[in-house]
Design a binder for this molecule. Structure first.
Ligand SMILES: [Mg+2]
Length: 409
């Protein structure tokens, strides 16, 4: 790769949630495994192993359909805490290579290694070493694409999954993309693909040779962007990590319920999870939002601004509980889902001394609680209220397995 060309890697873990389960439970390796929950429930497939995909299983498909297509599949509820922890270790490996990392999702990221040849040798070698480290330390495989732009690197990483490594040399971007079906191009979703196929465009090469003005007429401004992508032209820089805008936790219940104590206990647990996450990120929240979905799928949310920013489950839960009581008074209907979100986050810590010394005691208490939970699992410490959840949610390694744990984080 010439010194003026950029060197972008797209690193994408293979069947991530399922692979984490297989790394933890080797007896699942090579089998049709689905993460998302029990079939017959309300969930959807969050991830499917490659043997399961051979039966047509895809992320987002209802679990009931998934089971019909692949009756022998092993269905797992999933544990987002494990996936997040593995993801953090994966991202730390990437950050070790270069500070220029753009996180594309829990299991994928772009790296800009432009000018790193002298330090690391050819990028293909760096990619191979990285894959080896991921395999050794996480027990997982990743696919890597190397190219002069984000869009081409992403197509390349996807091309030979799982455990792929594809490098597209400078000057060969357009000829690399040309024979591939348009669905492979990032930004071509099912709707755009339908429209393009409707006018006879089925390969990326055909897209590249269609006059931009036609694509603009068909797809608006996006048509022009896709026209550039199809020719391998993409000058986008890696985006710096965005600050977290909100943190939320929610769960769907196994059965719709109007048991107030149970709803309160669940809300308390979710508030604890949100607060622990706030403290982990050293953030305080200024706004709390309660979300309820009723049995008839009507969904409401109620927000309140806090008197001062907080990272305390006591504060978050008290506000959430008040909002929930108000909502339940207004409408008597069974509840299907409850969730809590905190937003308008500010950096924590230094504000403490500015506005309320009495928070010190809570801070010490929370630090002690977070320490115990980190060591022994989240449910090692419970307030009286949440103890009854043990009868409703299964527990694994010191944590509740919520019905929508993978999807609601
Ligand atoms: Mg992936």
């Amino acid at each position: 790769m010439s010194s003026t060309a950029r060197c972008i890697l797209h690193v994408d873990m293979d069947a991530f949630f399922v692979s984490v389960e297989q790394a933890r439970h080797p007896q699942l390796r090579g089998k049709a495994v689905v993460v998302g929950g029990e079939p017959g429930g309300r969930g959807v497939v969050a991830a499917a192993s490659y043997p399961a995909r051979a039966y047509g299983l895809r992320a987002g498909m209802s679990l009931t359909v998934a089971q019909r297509l692949c009756p022998h599949a092993i269905f797992l509820p999933g544990n987002f805490a494990h996936y997040r922890e593995t993801s953090e270790r994966f991202m730390a490996m990437l950050a070790h290579l270069t500070p220029e990392v753009e996180v594309g999702g829990i299991d994928e990221a772009y790296l800009d290694l432009t000018g790193f040849d002298a330090l690391y040798g050819p990028p293909r070698e760096t990619a191979r070493n990285l894959k080896e480290r991921i395999r050794k330390e996480l027990g997982l495989t990743a696919s890597v694409g190397i190219a002069t732009s984000k869009v081409v690197a992403k197509v390349a990483s996807d091309l030979e999954k799982p455990d792929g490594l594809v490098e597209v040399p400078l000057g060969e971007e357009a000829s690399f993309l040309a024979p591939l079906p348009i669905g492979r191009l990032p930004g071509v979703g099912p709707e755009v693909e339908k429209r393009l196929r409707g006018v006879g465009i089925s390969t990326i090469g055909q897209l590249a040779t269609t006059p931009a003005i036609h694509l603009r007429a068909l797809l608006g401004v996006w048509g022009e962007v896709l026209h550039r992508y199809a020719r391998g032209v993409d000058t986008r820089k890696l985006a710096p990590p965005p600050p977290a805008k909100s943190i939320s936790r929610s769960t769907t219940f196994p059965q719709d319920t109007w048991d107030r104590d149970f709803l309160g206990a669940t809300l308390r647990y979710l508030s604890e999870r949100v607060a622990a996450e706030l403290r982990r990120e050293a953030k305080w929240a200024r706004c709390v939002t309660l979300k309820l979905r009723y049995a008839d799928f009507q969904t409401i949310s109620r927000s309140r601004t806090l008197k001062g920013p907080s990272d305390s489950e006591e504060v978050i839960f008290a506000v959430g509980q008040e909002l929930m009581e108000g909502a339940l008074r207004q409408r008597r209907c069974r509840v299907r889902l409850v969730g809590i979100e905190v937003a308008r986050l500010v950096g924590g810590g230094w504000q403490l001394s500015l506005w309320d010394r009495s928070q010190d005691r809570w801070k010490r208490l929370h630090q002690a609680m977070d320490g115990v939970r980190h060591k022994y699992g989240f449910t090692a410490l419970q307030v009286g209220r949440t103890v009854r959840l043990a009868n409703s949610f299964p527990q694994v390694e010191g944590d509740y397995l919520l019905k929508t744990s993978c999807l609601s984080r």
